[in-house]
Design a protein around this ligand. Sequence first.
Ligand code: GLU
Length: 315
Amino acid sequence: MTVGRFAPSPSGRIHLGNMLCCLLAWLSARQKEGRVVLRIEDLDTARCPRRYAEQMEEDLRWLGLRWDEGPEVGGPGGPYYQSLRNDLYQAALERLQDRGLVYPCFCTRAELHASSAPHREDGQVIYAGTCRALSSAQAAEKARKTGRSPALRLRVPEEEISFTDGHMGFYQENLARECGDFLLRRSDGMFAYQLAVVVDDAAMGVTEVVRGADLLSSTPRQLLLYHLLGLKPPAFYHFPLLLAADGHRLSKRNADAGLESLRGHCTAEEILGKLAYLAGFNPSAEPRDAESLLQDFSWEKVPGEDICIPPTLFS
Ligand code: GLU
């Protein structure tokens, strides 16, 4: 049985990019007669207060994108808020620690972002392995001297990790060279997205992950974690990003692409019809409900390149 999921981070009101993500995840799973899980990715509780999550749930219901398992509905994989799942992340972390794959890192953000540090295409720093070889005595000494509690990093292997994305095709990365040892837990104790998403997708029985192409390059890190934790990875489908008319990525600054403004002058069917049109599976921008789009949706119709939202489409 196919199990898809929506995994939004409620750091504000959802925008068109989040809505397209949920629509595609819903259609892709439902077309295979699968189920959909809603999981709220609120690890960063300061940025993701509960009221935003509740607003997001209400917005998704308003759009007509229902989930079979998740907040309010319940189900066997709960709780469905990442902020309530720290025990599971801790258990996974300990399994990796038991195998000697985790080490403490005392580098500060400023040190990591020093101008000479090599950066990935997505702007993140490639970790140089500064704390990789610290002995436990040296680590204890560092902790004492700096007064800092360390972040925790995973030792990554020097090998290519590849997979075939259901939409974007073949992708590979050598984590040692292109990413470096990555964070599992921050110095303030917050678990990293990469660990939490793997633990949760596996625990919730997710068989397909649909998300924006900005997360394509996270997938090799997640595949490594699946492998190390002995978990079966899902299929991945990454779709092109929606860009504002000026070619920039949608963000909270594009208030007109947020549901707060859109709900004032569009129906749910109008929004879904236009999104499906932009994503290639509605022949025109006519209003459509999610159910009716099931017959038209296919991954082959979805473009591979980022999609610019024409300035007047949603106005
Ligand atoms: N919570 C992430 C976001 O809203 C999505 C994570 C995922 O789909 O793996 O961007």
